[in-house]
Design a protein around this ligand. Sequence first.
Ligand code: AR6
Length: 173
Amino acid sequence: MRIEAVQGDITAERVDAVVNAANEALAGGGGVDGAIHRAAGAEELHAACAALGRCPTGDAKATPGFRLAARWVIHAVGPRYRDGEHGEAELLARAYRRCLEVADELGARSVAFPAISTGIYGYPRDEAARIAVATIASTPTAVELVRLVAFDGQTLLAYERELSSRGNEGDEG
Ligand code: AR6
């Protein structure tokens, strides 16, 4: 599997599936969730999410991508960061793993991830980047391309550090 880090808006990604940083109610919200709902078509995506019911923290569920270039949206729920001593790392890793499992069920070969939990949910950026890269790299999957989409430059740098320390290519390819 190839893992790339890029900076940009995940709603513009041309991949089989984009991951959304959702909440347990799959109710929509701000941040990347709001951007994905607007770009996909808020009405359709809300209805598809409502049909899924809830999604516990650490789990992920898929809907169509509607007006996105991506065929699917995988809605993942990361943990709210408290102090790092409430299972946050394991829950964040589980959310990344579940996304790849759901991608496999869908037959998605390329997946773009936002930095789950690092916005409104407050997860420290560098630690979240470490968990994202380590978990994706160690999860068995048929996914061939993972794009880590950083919204800001600091997050991109964090990904590039993690990828280069693993001998992976962190640049656009
Ligand atoms: N493309 C890529 N990344 C983005 C975009 C975008 N268009 N917009 C924001 N980000 P957040 P969370 C980055 O807050 O912390 C919502 O209300 C952002 O800079 O979107 O998991 C949900 O409904 C940050 O690096 O998600 C939940 O209630 C990353 O995406 C809650 O927020 C995640 O930030 C989830 O909080």
